[in-house]
Design a protein around this ligand. Structure first.
Ligand SMILES: Nc1nc2c(c(=O)[nH]1)N=C([C@H](O)[C@H](O)COP(=O)(O)OP(=O)(O)OP(=O)(O)O)CN2
Length: 136
């Protein structure tokens, strides 16, 4: 399986509801390093999985509305704990939509899966990975 991976980062603030989070129930900041990998069984006629430049642009466009924001105040996340795990799926959905629509420089049907990994610090990370189509 081939993979192409792009990286970006965002700075956010948020707080969590739930005793399990201890001090993280209070408002705190984080710098998330986001890695997005796109997988394909084959290379295309240009010998690529996807175009790196386009993938980077799509990832940046998904992250830009969150950068420097207090996620507690974002209507899209109302009442939601914006955990690292939650954000991996949120970003997967955005990137998968672009990939299926052919916006990464390749017919989406030729792409196999996407994996989003977010490092919330140098010691902790979370990821979400799924196929792009039910039959591949
Ligand atoms: N499963 C998850 N658990 C926690 C998440 C998360 O996103 N998913 N996030 C946090 C906090 O936002 C924060 O990133 C870590 O807080 P905290 O637990 O207080 O920090 P550490 O364990 O790394 O300890 P420090 O002493 O602050 O370094 C919490 N849990």
């Amino acid at each position: 399986m081939y993979a192409v991976e792009v990286r970006d980062h965002i700075m956010i603030a948020h707080s969590f509801k739930g005793e399990v989070f201890g001090p993280a129930q209070k408002l705190h900041g984080a710098t998330f390093v986001v890695d997005a990998a796109v997988y394909a069984e084959t290379l295309d006629e240009n010998a690529i999985v996807i175009d790196i430049g386009r993938a980077h642009e799509v990832l940046k466009s998904l992250l830009a509305p969150l950068n420097y924001k207090n996620l507690d105040e974002e209507p899209a996340f109302k009442g939601q704990n914006t955990t690292t795990e939650f954000l991996t799926k949120y970003l997967f959905d955005g990137l998968a939509k672009a990939a299926r629509a052919g916006e990464l420089g390749r017919d989406g049907k030729q792409l196999h899966a996407i994996r989003i990994e977010i490092a919330e610090s140098h010691v902790a990370r979370a990821s979400y990975e799924s196929k792009l189509w039910p039959d591949n």
